[in-house]
Design a protein around this ligand. Structure first.
Ligand code: ADP
Length: 768
């Protein structure tokens, strides 16, 4: 988008206000924080409107300036600290007239609305009416001509706060969805451990009246046996028999537990609602299973925001300010989001229309239309889930029974087991055999592998680590590797691992004559060919939780500095993203480097703020390799010595705790999709007699297959990072700095984030 206003104009203008509306969603506080801090960074007055549209209509004390200090210690909190309410008054012009006057009284003409499609629709109506509302207020002498002229137009930007992920827009998720998935997946994990002890069947009701995303993603993450969602009802009217046949098969194959997920809005092919209780009764009546129903309800909305939601809220809040300040009143309202690793801007009216189209297709019984309208790869991902969780495997012709091996290479990463499960199930469900190689490439050369049983990996989705053992050794023993391939008649290989696993696949690309699919799995997210690797989301959540703990401890004592060291080797990804989502104050990365001068400046800054009572504690996040000589010990001593008498220092070296344990929902979903897409590619490659070597990665939130030869030139083989690593995440570092207050304190803001925002164009529709 063209920049219409220069930075010098940004500081001199009307105020900005932010409000949260509709159903609350974890991550909304990150939006409020991101909006306020960015506005203050530009020297603009910023207000919070309390209690959503009701506060806007009632005005007075409901519209209050929001200070930098008030944004501290809120990023992790669920819900919204400025409140949300449904408001009938705002649906009437009379209510919107009062709202308009209240904003003009505070000189606010830049509005950031965080809510669902209802709230955003209301906001757009308000924007379109604004001129006529101002004219009416002037005519009634409720405002002066000067006020009317100063507030002639309204700039509006929306951030989508909705746990349902029901917005059809160019963004991977909506704010709150990932946290809700954390709650749901935790609950399913808890329920399944008790269910398997007693051979029970559990029917769980998941939120989602019009959108089955939560039920679908929770089902993928936990390997649920049956999922009922509004967009894709079972294709037959007698779905009860289908369900019972599937559960019966599962039991006969030795499954000790069965789980059925029912989205709130689940319907049958004729549009009749399917209730949780009805599903339970059907299973009890027909199968006599000991069956329990659990309605998860508002538990799904609650609790601390996940790392992803904090990032999404923060980035969209900051983007919203960039957009409202650079907009002209005639511009159409927009919605900001994040797709993959980059920000996006969407036309608000188009987005709401696209979203409402899904519900209309479903109401008319056009379910294929609904799924297509949902976009975001919904259909393909849904098919992959069904292929992994099929109850009765297809039988392949004898000549077409292929042998696919799976191995893990490098350090363990959460999601490896879920990915092996997906590979094993997918391969076997299409009538082929899956072999698990023990101990990476060394195990392959040594012929250490076994044929996986269909049930073997069934319950691996929620298990951290790597059950088939991962190994760091490079594939040096090619003759024995080829011997194993020959002996077991392996037709394809799936390699799950980090940077060195990619190096290995690249190295063997000519020597090994079977197709190989490489799936990136490393907490450092330092592999080219994907926006995100398996394990990095679990790691970010683990580090974020550690930062929360340290912040809480520091906040309870006086004048304390915590220095937290993360893993990540030469990649600052973990340090920067966890610092941003944890609300840390300073981050040191390898990419940027750290000098003695910089640390001394930071210490001087910390001392100043503590001595002037502006801040009581600081959290510094350092990447383990940010400087070879200035290690954690050195930093601790430097900070302690130079801060002596003003603050005390504590250090935390997270080391292997960064790996986390139980994989996060995002990692599990990515594991299933990566595994499914890899297997589909491998089976096709075997059939077409291709021996391609490919990387299965995420690009703009789509799982894509890219030849390893195309990915290799983007690898910095010496430093083990993508060559474009800095371009990819540098904008987050720049954003971190202005949100951490560097601008007002240090004059050391980089303009990477602003530059990026200037390049983002408005998407009229999202691509499929
Ligand atoms: P969500 O934003 O989560 O979809 P709702 O649909 O309940 O939640 O909308 C929240 C609030 O937004 C409503 O209580 C109302 O004040 C306002 N709103 C919704 N739709 C409209 C509309 N068409 N016109 C004016 N205001 C609206």
């Amino acid at each position: 988008m063209e920049t219409t206003k220069g930075d010098d104009l940004l500081a001199d203008g009307n105020a900005i206000a932010v409000f949260t509306s509709g159903g609350d969603a974890p991550g909304m506080n990150a939006v409020v924080r991101g909006v306020c801090r960015t506005a203050l960074h530009y020297g603009r007055p910023v207000y919070a409107i309390y209690e959503g549209y009701q506060g806007l209509v009632d005005g007075g004390e409901f519209i209050r300036p929001f200070t930098w200090e008030e944004t501290q210690m809120i990023i992790h909190q669920g819900g919204t600290v400025i409140g949300s309410a449904r408001c009938l008054d705002f649906r009437q012009r009379e209510g919107r007239l009062r709202a308009c006057k209240n904003l003009i009284l505070c000189n606010i003409t830049n509005l950031v609305c965080c809510g669902g499609d209802g709230s955003l629709t209301g906001a757009n109506i308000f924007k379109l009416e604004w001129e006529s509302l101002v004219a009416e207020l002037l005519e009634k002498s409720e405002i002066t001509r000067e006020q009317a002229e100063k507030c002639a137009g309204l700039n509006l930007v929306g951030c989508v706060g909705s746990i349902d992920n029901d917005m059809v827009y160019d963004g991977t998720l909506t704010i709150g969805t990932d946290t809700a998935l954390h709650r749901i997946v935790d609950a399913i994990d808890a329920v399944t451990s008790t269910a398997s002890s007693h051979q029970r069947t559990f029917v769980l009701e998941i939120m989602g009246r019009h959108c089955g995303y939560l039920a679908w993603a929770a089902g993928v993450a936990t390997g649920a046996d049956f999922i009922l969602i509004p967009e894709s009802p079972p294709k037959v009217s007698d779905w009860e028999s289908l369900l019972c046949a599937k559960l019966d098969q599962r039991r006969k194959r030795g499954a000790r537990l069965c789980t059925v997920l029912v989205a709130e809005g689940a319907i049958d092919i004729n549009g009749n609602p399917i209730t949780t209780e009805y599903v339970r009764q059907v299973i009890v009546d027909r199968l006599k299973h000991d069956t329990r129903a659990t309605i998860l309800g508002h538990v799904q909305r609650g609790g601390h925001a996940s790392c992803y939601d904090r990032l999404l809220g923060t980035v969209t809040g900051a983007m919203a300010v960039e957009k409202v300040l650079r907009a002209d009143p005639g511009d159409r309202a927009t919605i900001v989001g994040v797709k993959g690793s980059l920000p996006t801007v969407n036309d608000l009216v188009q987005t709401v229309a696209d979203t409402q189209a899904v519900a209309k297709f479903s109401e008319q019984g056009d379910f294929l239309g609904a799924i297509k309208a949902r976009k975001k790869d919904f259909q393909r991902n849904y098919e992959i889930h069904k292929a992994i969780n099929r109850d009765i495997p297809k039988v392949a012709e004898a000549a077409k029974e292929y042998n696919v091996a799976v191995l893990c290479s490098g350090a363990p990463a959460a999601g490896m087991n879920a990915c092996i499960r997906a590979v094993s199930k997918y391969v076997q469900n299409f009538g082929h055999r899956c072999f698990a190689v023990h101990g990476g490439f060394a195990g392959l050369a040594a012929g250490e592998l076994h044929k996986m049983d269909w049930m073997e990996a069934s319950s691996w989705s929620d298990q951290g680590g790597c059950n088939i053992r991962t190994d760091r050794r490079h594939p040096t023993d090619i003759p024995n590797t080829l011997e194993t391939i020959k002996k077991h008649n392996l037709n394809a290989l799936c390699v799950i691992g980090g940077f060195d696993a990619l190096r290995a696949v690249y190295a063997i690309r000519e020597a090994v004559h079977i197709p190989v699919a490489y799936i990136p799995a490393t907490i450092s997210n330092n592999v080219p060919g994907t926006d995100f690797s398996l394990g990095c989301d679990t790691a970010l959540n683990a580090i974020c939780a550690a930062i929360d703990t340290c912040k809480r401890s520091a906040d309870s004592s006086s004048s304390r500095v915590f220095i937290i060291e993360t893993q990540g080797r030469n990649s600052g990804f973990l340090a920067v993203l966890s610092a941003l989502s944890g609300g840390a104050d300073i981050v040191y990365t390898k990419e940027e480097g750290v000098s003695l001068q910089r640390m001394c400046d930071d210490i001087a800054l910390i001392k100043n703020l503590i001595q002037t009572h502006q801040k009581r504690h600081f959290v510094v996040v350092r990447n383990e390799m940010c400087n070879d000589r200035y290690d954690l010990n050195f930093m601790e001593n430097l900070f302690a010595e130079e801060g002596s008498g003003v603050f005390t220092v504590r250090t935390v070296k997270l080391g292997h705790l960064c790996q986390g344990d139980i994989p996060s929902p995002l990692d599990r979903v990515r594991a299933a999709l990566f595994g499914g897409v890899a297997c589909r590619f491998l089976i096709d490659a075997i059939e077409s007699k291709s021996s391609s070597k490919v990387v299965v990665g995420l690009h703009d939130s789509r799982v894509q297959v890219v030849p390893v030869d195309q990915v290799a030139p983007d690898a910095d083989w010496t430093n083990r990072v993508p060559l474009k690593q800095k371009d990819k995440w540098g904008w987050i570092l720049a954003l971190f700095k202005h949100l951490a207050g560097y601008g007002r304190l240090h004059e050391r803001i980089e303009d990477g984030f602003k530059k990026l925002m200037d390049q983002v164009t408005v998407c009229k529709t999202c691509d499929d």
